[in-house]
Design a protein around this ligand. Structure first.
Ligand code: NDP
Ligand code: 2IT
Length: 444
């Protein structure tokens, strides 16, 4: 049995009931086969892949808080510190009722390679809780965040582990968590990113994931003889990533005709009005059912349906496994030329395979959504030098970083004989730097 297959088998056996984690590991290790085969003897002797798939540390804790009725509520908190070979652990905190160890481990594992691809000195980690922010009052959110940080603060720090936002964690939650960290540790330091601008946050961090997704998608299209100009785009999600993806797509001359939340989806033939979307989602924190009241020409549908709409480019920006084989077949039948993942692992393995076999350009999340964490790393730099960079400087740095990232993974794919396979290219390019650092630092 090959070394990769042996490790895959062990991962499934030793981590039962973690399907998302198995899925993420399998995708990465499968595409690393050409690299592993070249170094099989050394990697096996050093148990390199076993060390890569085993988190350095995983922390699970109780989060008690009191709701507005005086009832004590209990949630579970997680922080998985996966790999610190190239820098302090870095990755978001997800607040969603679906959160469990499998989801945090898949996200943390992906983060190792994503962070490496940015070219910046950040290791991989992820955390979160099964807390559901929906329907909670502002005070309940604050109480949860304070209790969560009371425990988490023991394990993080500006030079050790720097969390940020993810699903359910935005500027409001980061603010409450930062306040509690400062109160407990007495340190005003860059321990979280995605902070507000008045207390150490960076310009462009809010926009970074969505903007970065569009910069790299445009570069991929150009490299293949197309461009975003004049294209019709389908986006799923209506959160931080989706909103700024829609905004930048418009600025680059494309028209986005869909968005969605967990209840339903919107089709706007004239193009999603991003100001309306921000008003509904960022200001009012309401549901997409309201969109039609602002835009009478649009349609609202219950359930799932974004991928049935005819589009040139599809950008899944909601959550894992939201684009399946049937959706991929719809996209191919509708003539879609490119899919780029704004979310983490939104496309199922069968769907990725179908898209690639049918000639659709496919850019995986660890490359396509890396602009968010890259900008977080630049927020860390600004905090360390106690300076603040301009919007223009941040935006142009983000853009050139995404363009370089694309060419690096394109070159890595070519080097290993899988030209045009950007999944393999991203995994290989991300892996090479991490392995080099792990080898240099000995068996730890
Ligand atoms: P938000 O919480 O801001 O928005 C999430 C959006 O996705 C909402 O519209 C939400 O709908 C929808 N959604 C979430 N879970 C589900 C689900 N189970 N089924 C259907 N719809 C769902 O999160 P972000 O925009 O920050 O994150 C979106 C994705 O992007 C995630 O995969 C995240 O890991 C990834 N990502 C985020 C980065 C960032 O900087 N924020 C960076 C890189 C990746 P509803 O409101 O109904 O729940
Ligand atoms: O998935 C991700 O890359 C994020 N949620 C952002 C992490 C970060 O540290 O900015």
């Amino acid at each position: 049995m090959s070394y990769v297959d042996e490790v895959l088998e062990r991962v499934v056996k030793e981590n039962p009931y973690e399907p998302e984690f198995h899925q993420a590991v399998k995708e990465v290790l499968d595409s690393l086969r050409p690299v592993v085969e070249k170094n099989e003897e050394q990697f096996r002797r050093d148990a390199l892949l076993e060390r890569l798939v085993n988190p350095e540390r995983q922390i699970k804790f109780r989060v008690p808080w009191i709701d507005d009725n005086g009832q004590v509520q209990i949630n579970t908190g997680y922080r998985v510190q996966f790999n610190s070979a190239i820098g302090p652990y870095k990755g978001g905190l997800r607040l969603h009722p679906s959160v469990n160890l499998s989801i945090i481990k898949f996200l943390g594992f992906e983060q190792i390679f994503k962070n490496s691809l940015t070219g910046l000195p950040i290791g991989g980690g992820k955390g979160g809780s099964d807390f559901d922010p929906k329907g909670k009052s502002d005070r309940e959110i604050m109480k949860f965040c304070q209790s969560f940080m009371t425990e988490l603060s023991k394990y993080i720090g500006a030079d050790t582990d720097v969390p940020a936002g993810d699903i359910g964690t935005g500027a409001r939650e980061i603010g409450y968590m930062y306040g509690q960290y400062k109160r407990i540790r007495g340190l005003f330091e860059g321990v979280l990113t995605g902070k507000g601008l008045s207390y150490g946050g960076s310009l462009v961090r809010t926009e970074a994931t969505g903007y970065g997704l569009l910069y790299i998608t445009d570069e991929m299209l150009k490299s293949n003889g197309h461009s975003l100009e004049g294209k019709t785009v389908a986006v799923s999600g209506a959160g931080n990533v989706a909103i700024y993806a829609i905004e930048k797509a418009g600025q680059l001359g494309a028209k986005v005709v869909t968005c969605s939340d967990s209840n339903g989806w919107v089709y706007d033939p004239d193009g999603i009005d991003v100001a309306v979307l921000k008003e509904i989602k960022e200001v009012k924190r309401h549901r997409l059912t309201e969109y039609k009241a602002y835009r009478p020409n649009s349609e609202y549908h219950e359930g799932k349906g974004v991928w049935t709409v005819k589009c040139d480019v599809a950008l899944p920006c909601a959550t894992q496994n939201e684009l399946n084989l049937e959706d991929a077949k719809n996209l191919v039948a509708n003539g879609t030329i490119a899919v780029a993942e704004g979310a983490n692992m939104p496309t199922t393995p069968e769907a990725v395979d179908y898209l690639q076999r049918n000639g659709v350009l496919f850019l995986p999340g660890k490359a396509a959504n890396a602009g968010g964490v890259a900008t977080s790393a630049l927020e860390m730099s600004q905090n360390s030098e106690r300076l603040h960079w301009s919007f223009e400087r941040m935006d142009s740095t983000l853009k050139s970083l995404m363009v370089d990232l694309f060419h690096n993974l394109e070159a890595a794919a070519k080097k290993y004989g899988v030209d045009g396979n950007y999944v393999a290219g991203a995994n290989i390019a991300g892996f090479e730097k991490v392995v080099d650092a792990m080898n240099a630092q000995g068996i730890v």
